[in-house]
Design a protein around this ligand. Structure first.
Ligand SMILES: NC(=O)c1ccc[n+]([C@@H]2O[C@H](COP(=O)([O-])OP(=O)(O)OC[C@H]3O[C@@H](n4cnc5c(N)ncnc54)[C@H](OP(=O)(O)O)[C@@H]3O)[C@@H](O)[C@H]2O)c1
Length: 283
């Protein structure tokens, strides 16, 4: 292996993945629009600036791919990147996707990645880290003690971002998934919980009162726009939130255990480890 370009290398999954790869002696490039000056592995990578792609890919044989976030259509940016990666000798691409396809072209994007040499798609369930600021959900909890959701009592198989990173690292460091032709993995935590159940766990374990306010998908989209999310993507996220109500994210898989050898963290564990993040007084 020559090295892994981690796109979204400063994000919730990317930065954990970078730590794991480095701990295992794997050379990395940390892709970011604003590469850290003090990090010799940091490289400028911007989906909106095609000129940054070849230099970021040069000399790397594997890619962890976080598609353009908050984009209603990632295809125009990602498809040429995949072609470029293949022509530069990349032999494995691991895509971070989501359990519920968000953008209308998300499934097409996943098909492009699966067709790539060594292409593997990770379909991650909702991140536990969404409950922490600066995610809009976590930021609202921090400020107001409220969760506003269109999901009702529908359940999500919440997963810790660190378990997604560990699974990606296991795949990137071994050819096993590709050798077995396992091109698609649903990644979930160990249990599915509704927002009211998650709120109760935070309240019980931290003392911070968190209550759920049920809203419509339209109200949710308006909240997301107010939080700075582009309108088209706010609608996509609100629709996905409403899709939780009939059970679209109420599915469990054993992929984290199967691929890493360790069970995924529980929500209660996650809350215990981050308790101080919710007990900060409301400002
Ligand atoms: N949150 C969930 O529950 C969930 C569930 C399943 C899947 N996902 C997916 O997981 C991915 C990560 O989501 P997130 O919101 O959690 O990410 P995040 O932690 O906020 O990180 C986003 C990363 O993307 C990079 N980035 C943003 N715009 C970019 C651009 N134009 N060019 C290059 N890099 C760019 C950022 O790097 P710089 O700012 O340093 O450039 C950052 O490293 C998304 O694709 C999302 O759909 C999320």
């Amino acid at each position: 292996m020559t090295g892994v370009l981690v796109t979204g290398g400063t994000g919730k999954i990317g930065r954990e993945l970078v730590k794991l790869l480095r701990a295992n002696g794997v050379p990395v490039r940390v892709g970011s629009r604003t590469p850290a000056a003090g990090d010799p592995d940091a490289v400028r990578f911007d989906w909106d600036d095609l000129a940054t792609h070849p230099a970021a890919l040069a000399g790397q044989d594997r890619v962890f791919l976080v598609p353009p976030t908050q984009s209603a259509d990632p295809l125009p940016a990602v498809v040429p990147f995949l072609g470029r990666a293949q022509s530069l000798g990349v032999r494995q691409v691991v895509l971070l996707g989501s359990a519920i396809p968000l953008a209308p072209t998300a499934q097409e994007l996943a098909a492009h990645v699966r067709a790539q040499p060594g292409g593997v798609v990770l379909r991650a369930s909702g991140f536990m880290q969404n409950f922490l600021s600066p995610h809009p959900l976590g930021e609202r909890i921090r400020r107001t003690g409220q969760i506003r959701t269109a999901a009702g009592d529908g359940r999500v198989a919440w997963i810790d971002a660190r378990d997604i990173a560990a699974t990606a690292a296991a795949i990137l460091m071994s050819d096993l998934a590709v050798a077995r032709d396992e091109r698609d993995h649903l990644l979930t935590g160990p249990e599915a919980l509704s927002y009211p159940q998650a709120a109760a766990i935070i309240t019980t374990r931290t003392g911070r009162q968190v209550r759920v306010v049920h809203v419509s998908a339209d109200e949710q989209a308006a909240d997301l726009r107010a939080a700075g999310i582009p309108p088209a993507f706010a609608t996509i996220l609100a629709t996905a939130d409403a899709g939780v109500r009939p059970g679209q994210e109420d599915r469990l898989s054993t992929a984290v255990l199967d691929l890493t050898g360790r069970p995924p963290r529980t929500f209660a564990q996650f809350v215990r480890e981050h308790a101080a993040r919710w007990t900060t007084p409301t400002v």
